[in-house]
Design a protein around this ligand. Structure first.
Ligand code: SAM
Ligand code: SF4
Length: 416
């Protein structure tokens, strides 16, 4: 199971927001819908997700109706504060959303659209495990209003998939991508690098296979060893080696070079979007293939996170739901808010978060947002090759490739 929730303050049982919360009715609004089910748990993953034997009576077949209950609560709570805003982006994440019937995902999406409305051209993403995507599923999702599918590919190399404990069949990635594309969905694939036993050549092969699929978007994450996972235990017992930082850095550089050569531009440290070809007919979202939902997180706009363990952020207030699907269903069954805790970060904490998130994006962090003392350190970061000199001259802090590899150190230098 994922790590503990933050402590924060208790959240009110009726879900009401603080009376002094000032919501900007013109700011974009997004919805994250969590689907906390997986067929098996991958050895590295600590997401808030549950296999059948861990559900403690929570019912997967009743999940959509339970979550629709939270959508009703959100509508009531938000409409007390400001005019309701239509959804700019919707993201079904997991877990494995495609373990639910497409009809359930469609009903949840329909309920969210009925409650809030949706802007023209909104981005609606569903995360999917490759083994769960058939042409029929992709078509049903597209008909329900889904526009984008994010597929957990992770690697194309069998021994790497085995080290990650992945059970999907590598050939199903292509089948899933083709099914999604045939249904008119934009396609993203997720990759992980630095698994035990993965060589630079293995990683090159995965990148080549991913590029060959012609996705619109690629996420490539360095494997993180999360406490409490099977992989962390295997490493502690000495059964498999821990990731090597230098090799992971080489893998990042290889990814950035290979993806740039294949026509993908980075727009966040771990995310690349396929460059526009200028062929408007084949472009979704006007040729911009970046994940607008993830950009909403990184830019710190407003979103409501539905489902167990989901986090929300509205007008500077953050809150998070109870973690287990059984506790979540029980709260909603008795008309109570599923929120477990809330916090309102002070100005200093909010500024730290803004620097952390914005500095990882290619659009960068306006230098004016930095405290005067932090601004004096930018010249040193440029001299060290970590920050782009040209962008800084134009008033924005943008990381170089070396800076992206050392992003945490840059943030420390700007905030210590
Ligand atoms: C919710 S999963 C995606 C969909 C689906 N559950 C799947 O895995 O096929 C989100 C992504 O997070 C990434 N991820 C999860 N745990 C990670 C870890 N410990 N280190 C790096 N990436 C991780 C994986 O790339 C995964 O595809
Ligand atoms: S399928 Fe995805 S969410 Fe489920 S355990 Fe694996 S990585 Fe985590």
């Amino acid at each position: 199971m994922a790590g503990p929730l933050p402590l924060g303050d208790p959240a009110p049982a009726d879900g009401r927001l603080p009376a002094d919360l000032s919501i900007d009715p013109a700011a974009p609004f997004s919805a994250y819908l969590h689907v906390p089910f997986c067929r098996v748990r991958c050895g590295y993953c600590d997401f808030n997700t549950y296999t059948a034997s861990e559900l403690r009576g929570a019912r997967q077949d009743a999940y959509a109706d339970t979550l629709i209950g939270e959508i009703g609560l959100a509508r009531a709570v938000l409409s007390e504060h400001a005019p309701l805003r239509p959804l700019s982006t919707v993201f079904f994440g997991g877990g494995t959303p495609t373990l639910l019937p497409a009809g359930d995902l469609g009903r949840m999406l329909g309920a969210a659209i009925d409650a809030f409305g949706i802007v023209d051209g909104a981005e609606v993403t569903v995360e999917a495990n490759p083994d769960t995507v058939t042409p029929a599923v992709a078509e049903e999702l597209a008909a329900a209003g889904v526009t984008r599918m994010s597929i957990g590919m992770q690697s194309a190399v069998p021994h790497v998939l085995a080290a990650l404990d992945r059970t999907h069949r590598p050939e199903n990635v292509r089948t899933a991508v083709e099914a999604a594309r045939a249904a008119g969905l934009a396609v993203s694939v997720d990759l992980i690098y630095g698994a035990p036993g993965e060589s630079l050549e293995d990683w090159r092969a995965s990148l080549e296979t991913a590029v060959d699929l012609r996705p619109d978007h690629i996420s490539a994450y360095a494997l993180i060893i999360e406490d409490g996972t099977k992989l962390a235990r295997q490493i502690r017992r000495g059964e498999v080696p821990a990731p090597d930082d230098d090799l992971q850095a080489d893998m990042y550089e290889l990814a950035d070079t290979a993806l740039a050569d294949a026509g993908f531009d980075w727009y966040e440290v771990s995310n690349w979007a396929r460059r526009s070809t200028g062929d408007a007919g084949s472009e979704k979202g006007g040729g911009d293939r970046r994940s607008r939902h993830n950009m909403a997180y990184w830019r710190g706009t407003d979103w409501w996170g539905f489902g167990p363990g989901a986090h929300s952020h509205v007008a500077g207030l953050r809150w998070w739901n109870v973690k287990h699907p059984a506790a979540y269903a029980q709260r909603l069954a008795t008309g109570e808010s599923p929120a477990a805790g809330a916090e309102r970060p002070d100005a200093e904490a909010a500024q730290l978060e803004r620097i952390l998130l914005r500095s990882r994006m290619a659009e960068g962090l306006p230098l004016d947002d930095l405290a005067p003392e932090a601004r004096t350190r930018v010249a040193g970061l440029i001299a060290d090759g970590l920050v782009d000199a040209g962008a800084a001259l134009r008033g924005t802090l943008v990381l170089t490739r070396r800076g992206r590899l050392l992003a945490d150190a840059v943030v420390r230098a700007l905030t210590d």
